[in-house]
Design a protein around this ligand. Structure first.
Ligand code: G6P
Length: 612
C-alpha cells in the first residue's frame, strides 16, 4: 500500500527510482510518479495514473534529470486515482515536493487554515497540505538554509495527525533528501557515495545490504555520502547500520512465471528455515523468548491477533493452544480487537501475527494490549519491522521476502512457528508433553510432505481449467479443516475475483445450500478422521444439487463420487492446514492464470495495509 523510494548519489536518479518502484509494485497501487532536482536546481515531476510501465512511457520522462530524486506508487485513499492526485505533490511555490505513505487525519483543518492564509490547492489529496504547510512554516524561519528547512519540516510534522512516511525534496537544498516517519514504514539503505530510501528492504536489496531503521518521529538528512539522524526535538542522534542477510535472488522470480507460484514452491524451504534450530535435542529452543514458569502459570487467556491470512494462521492454531496449554485462546481480527474494549490484563498473553510487521490495525491492537498490561509476542517475517520494535518479544518466521500480494509461504511459516511456540509454552508448563513430542516429530516431516504435494500439481491444474468459468464457490470443512477452508477461499477470491465463501461444513444446511446450483464449485476439506464422514456427506449433498466438487483429503474416500479427490499425506489434525492449503493455493493460482489475470498484483489489494 503506497510505496516510497528515494535516491541521492552520483548516478542519474531516474532509472534507480524506476527500478525501485517496480520492486514496490507488489504492495498494490493505482498511480505512480517521480520527482528529481537537476544539477541546475530545477525541480521536475512526472506522474500518471496507471502502471510504472505507463510512467516509463510518459512523454515527459526524460525531463527527470539529476542525481537526487523521490518516487511513489499511490494506492488511493483521499481522491480518485488520477494524474493530479498522484504523488509527488508540491506546494504552490514549488519549493517543496513530497511523497507520502499514510493518512493525514487532520488535513481538512490544515487545508482550511492554509487556504485562509492564501494558499492554493490543486488536488483532493490529504498529502498536498504537507508541502504547503512546510512552505508556510518556512516563512517564519530566519532564512531558507538547511537548518531552517529542517526546522520548518519538524514544526509541520508536529502539526500533523495520523500516519506518514515522508520524503521531502527541495531546490532550496538541492543535494539533500529529508525523510521522516510516524507509524508508516521507511528504511534507509546505505551505499558507497550513494544512499537510498524505501518503504521496504527488497526494493533496494540489489543496491545494498546495509540499512538504517528510522523510528517514529525521527528525521534523517541524507546526502550522497552522509546520513544524519535527529530525534523528535531535532537533537542529533547516532544510529547503527544493520546488515540484512537476504540476497537478491530470494526476491527474484527465478524462472517461475509469477512470484506467487515461486513462493508456493518455496514452502518446503521456508518451513525448514522457520523450524531451523528451534527443535533441538527433542525440545523446542526459542532463545529470543524466555518466559518464566511462574509468569506463564498466571496467564489465563491467550489472544492471537492479526489480519487477513495471518489471522487465518491463528485460527488454524487455536485448538492446538487450548489443548496443549489448557488456556482459553481467542483469535481476533486486529481491526475489531482495537475497538472492542477487550478483556485484556496482565494475565493475558497476546500473540500478534503479521507477515509485514507493518499492518496498521495489528500495531494499534498491540499498543492497546500493552497499555492493558498484557505480555506481547510478535510473530513476523520482516526483520526490524515496526511491530518488532513495540512487542515484548519477537519471533521471526524465516520465510524470506514474500512479494506476491496473496500470501502463501508466510501463512504456512506462521502456523509452523505458532505451533513451535505452543509446544514451547507447554514444555515450560510441563503439560501435554506426549502431544508435544508427537507434533515435534510431525514438524520435521512436513517439508518432505509438502514436496510430495508439489510434485503432483497436474490434477489441480486440470480441475482449475474445468471450473474457472464458474461464478461461485464454497469451501467447507470442520475444525482445522474449516480454518484451512477460510484461507483457501480467501486465496481464490483475492486473485481470481470469483465469489467465494468458507463455511463450517455443518452450517451449509443453515442457509448457503440454497445457493447451490450448476455453476457452483464446492471444495471439501477432509483431514480429520473424527469429522470426515460428516463432511463427506455434506459435500455429497451439494453434488446432488448440481455443483462440481473437489475433495482434499488424507482419508479413504470413494473417488468415483466426486469430480476430483486430491490426496495429501497423513498428518496430525493440528497441522493439517499446512498441507491442505497447498492444493488450495495452487487451485487459486491456476484459476487466476486461466482467467488471464495478474496473479501477483490483484486489483484493489495491497500487500501491506499500513492505514486503517
Ligand atoms: C493484506 C495482505 C494479506 C495479509 C494481510 C495482513 O491484506 O494482502 O496478504 O494477510 O494484509 O498482513 P500482515 O503483513 O499483517 O500479515
Amino acid at each position: 500500500m503506497c510505496g516510497i523510494i528515494g535516491y541521492v548519489g552520483n548516478k542519474e536518479a531516474k532509472q534507480i527510482l524506476i527500478n525501485g518502484l517496480l520492486r514496490l509494485e507488489y504492495r498494490g497501487y493505482d498511480s505512480a510518479g517521480i520527482a528529481t532536482v537537476s544539477p541546475d536546481n530545477v525541480l521536475n515531476i512526472v506522474k500518471n495514473k496507471g502502471r510504472i510501465k505507463d510512467l516509463m512511457e510518459n512523454k515527459n520522462i526524460d525531463s527527470l534529470k539529476g542525481t537526487v530524486g523521490i518516487g511513489h506508487t499511490r494506492w488511493a485513499t483521499h481522491g480518485i486515482p488520477s494524474e493530479t492526485n498522484s504523488h509527488p505533490h508540491v506546494d504552490q511555490d514549488k519549493l517543496f515536493t513530497v511523497v507520502h505513505n499514510g493518512i493525514i487525519e487532520n488535513y481538512a483543518l490544515l487545508k482550511d487554515m492554509l487556504i485562509k492564509a492564501g494558499y492554493n490547492f490543486y488536488s483532493q489529496t490529504d498529502t498536498e497540505v504537507v508541502p504547503n504547510l512546510i512552505n508556510y512554516n518556512l516563512k517564519k524561519e530566519k532564512d531558507q538554509s538547511l537548518e531552517s528547512v529542517l526546522h520548518a519540516i519538524k514544526v509541520t510534522c508536529d502539526e500533523l495527525e495520523g500516519s506518514y512516511a515522508l520524503e521531502i525534496l527541495s531546490p532550496l537544498i538541492p543535494n539533500y533528501l529529508i525523510v521522516t516517519r510516524r507509524n508508516s514504514p521507511l528504511i534507509i539503505g546505505s551505499g558507497h557515495g550513494e544512499n537510498y530510501v524505501s518503504s521496504d528492504i527488497p526494493a533496494i536489496l540489489s543496491y545494498t545490504n546495509n540499512f538504517y531503521l528510522l523510528d517514529n518521529n525521527e528525521y534523517a538528512v541524507i546526502t550522497n555520502n552522509s546520513v544524519e539522524f535527529y530525534n523528535e526535538s531535532l537533537t542529533k542522534i547516532e544510529k547503527e547500520v544493520r546488515n540484512i542477510a537476504w540476497d537478491m535472488s530470494a526476491a527474484e522470480k527465478e524462472g517461475f512465471d509469477d512470484y506467487m507460484l515461486k513462493e508456493i514452491f518455496e514452502q518446503p524451504k521456508s518451513i525448514r528455515e522457520t523450524i531451523g534450530s528451534r527443535l533441538l535435542n527433542g525440545k523446542t529452543n526459542l532463545p529470543d523468548f524466555e518466559i518464566s514458569e511462574e509468569k506463564l502459570k498466571e496467564i489465563n487467556k491467550i489472544y492471537i491477533i492479526a489480519c487477513g491470512t495471518a489471522m487465518h494462521a491463528g485460527l488454524a492454531c487455536k485448538r492446538l493452544y487450548e489443548h496443549l496449554l489448557g488456556i482459553e485462546t481467542v483469535v481476533e481480527v486486529a481491526s475489531e480487537f482495537r475497538y472492542k474494549d477487550p478483556l485484556v490484563d496482565d494475565k493475558t498473553l497476546c500473540i500478534f501475527v503479521s507477515q509485514s510487521g507493518e499492518t496498521a490495525d495489528t500495531i494499534a491492537a498491540l499498543r492497546l494490549a500493552k497499555e492493558n498490561g498484557a505480555t506481547t509476542i510478535a510473530i513476523t517475517n520482516v526483520i526490524s519491522s515496526s511491530i518488532t520494535r513495540e512487542a515484548d518479544y519477537t519471533l521471526y518466521t524465516h520465510a524470506g521476502p514474500e512479494i506476491a500480494v496473496a500470501s502463501t509461504k508466510a501463512y504456512t511459516a506462521q502456523i509452523i512457528l505458532l505451533t513451535i511456540l505452543a509446544i514451547n509454552l507447554s514444555e515450560t508448563l510441563h503439560m501435554n508433553l506426549v502431544l508435544g513430542t508427537q507434533l515435534k516429530q510431525e514438524l520435521v516431516e512436513i517439508p518432505s510432505k509438502v514436496e510430495k504435494i508439489l510434485s503432483n500439481i497436474e490434477p489441480i491444474k486440470n480441475f482449475a481449467s474445468e471450473v474457472y468459468k464458474e461464478t461461485d464457490s464454497f469451501f467447507i470443512g470442520r475444525l482445522e479443516d474449516y480454518a484451512a477452508a477460510l484461507e483457501g477461499s480467501l486465496k481464490l477470491k483475492e486473485i481470481s475475483y470469483i465469489h467465494s465463501e468458507a463455511y463450517p461444513a455443518g452450517e451449509l444446511k443453515h442457509g448457503p445450500i440454497a445457493l447451490i446450483e450448476d455453476n457452483v464449485t464446492i471444495i471439501g476439506l477432509i483431514t480429520n478422521p473424527l469429522t470426515a464422514p460428516k463432511t463427506l456427506s455434506n459435500v455429497e449433498e451439494v453434488l446432488t444439487r448440481g455443483a462440481k466438487a473437489l475433495v482434499i483429503t488424507n482419508q479413504i474416500v470413494d473417488q468415483s463420487k466426486f469430480d476430483l479427490v486430491y490426496t495429501i499425506p497423513e498428518i496430525s489434525e493440528y497441522l493439517s492446514p499446512v498441507l491442505s492449503v497447498i492444493p488450495l493455493q495452487l487451485f487459486a493460482y491456476y484459476i487466476s492464470k486461466e482467467k488471464g489475470l495478474d496473479v501477483d498484483k490483484p486489483r484493489n489489494l495491497a500487500k501491506s495495509v499500513t492505514v486503517e
